[in-house]
Design a protein around this ligand. Sequence first.
Ligand SMILES: Cc1ncc(COP(=O)(O)O)c(C=O)c1O
Length: 399
Amino acid sequence: MTRNPHETSGEPNPLRALDLETLRRRTSMKWRTHPEDVLPLWVAEMDVPLAEPVVRAVTEAMELGDTGYPAGTAYAEALAAFAAKRWDWGGLAVERTAIVPDVMLGVVEMLKLVTGYGDPVVVNPPVYPPFHDFVRNLDRRVVEAPLGGDARIDLDVLEDTFRRITAGRGRAAYLLCSPHNPTGTVHTAEELTAVAALAERYGVRVVADEIHAPLVVGDARFVPYLSVQGGERGLSLMSASKGWNLAGLKAALAVAGPEAAGDLARMPEEVGHGPSHVGILAHTAALRDGTAWLDALLAGLEANRGLLAALLAERLPGIRYRPGDATYLAWLDCRALGLGDDPAQAFLEHGRVALNSGLPFGSGGAGHARLNLAASPEVLEEAVRRTAAAVERAGGVRG
Ligand SMILES: Cc1ncc(COP(=O)(O)O)c(C=O)c1O
């Protein structure tokens, strides 16, 4: 197992704090979509208690009745300080940020700024399914430039795609997922610099979804797209939502590179009315005071990656799992099990364990499933036990 530079003392592993009985009292999507006998390891919610600074900030707001509309730039200032310390990036300028309701609505707003009706938006499947859905819903055209077999951006494919979609026509955008959901790929500075050069050459605007940036483990380093040479025209979406499990406390930040400041300035002011004031208080507290909690989480996630790899090797060697360096998601290649295009359906039906189907992730998703690692080691063990039982019952090959 690789070293975790974030390992800290004192803070307990939040992934071990809650038992299943407590978690089943939750009313969010993860816990209420399936019946009680199903073990849920699908949608990106974590089985953790909140970081204490977040609880304090929200509790104080409740006690004070501080539940009005958002004001000020505290969220952006906290993110800028976090970025400087964590990613060694001093280039996040508060005046080139804007609050947006959440990351996906922020993506939509950024795409509206740099593309028009029917314009192409490039994505790298397999990728977070809303990348397809939101782009289509915005009346833009999704163009796939699949990741390579190594789960990294294939620069030749990307260049061919950029060339094809820009030949003789107008605007185009590239929706980059960095780090990448579902593979956990952390793009390197070299890769991102090459992406920026291609974007420049073909006049494609880059919108980077960097929501998983705080969730990088081991020796890998997150590189903000706007920090690389050529990234100045980029737009990024950042949030504390995934890192600290705050999806129900809606807020995110749009960040513009120096040469995209004019674009961000055109975003309608009303968009900034969307985020929750309490959400912003929570996200700000997380970024400012929640790093010890985050480090404890990352250490727990790294241990879970190792555990999952060991459990699969022992009980389901037919599943191919390459642990990524970021996110709390595991992308499982189940094609050798012989369960068809949607193994997650078989796991659910025959094993009462809910993973995400790979199909909505676009090209490369068939025969795959996504597992959410942000659970206790006991839940992970039970999930693998149920999956193995499902394969047997469905007449598949465990490997
Ligand atoms: C890559 C990516 N972007 C966006 C989101 C959703 O973020 P939000 O709830 O802020 O729209 C997720 C959630 O899992 C995600 O994985």
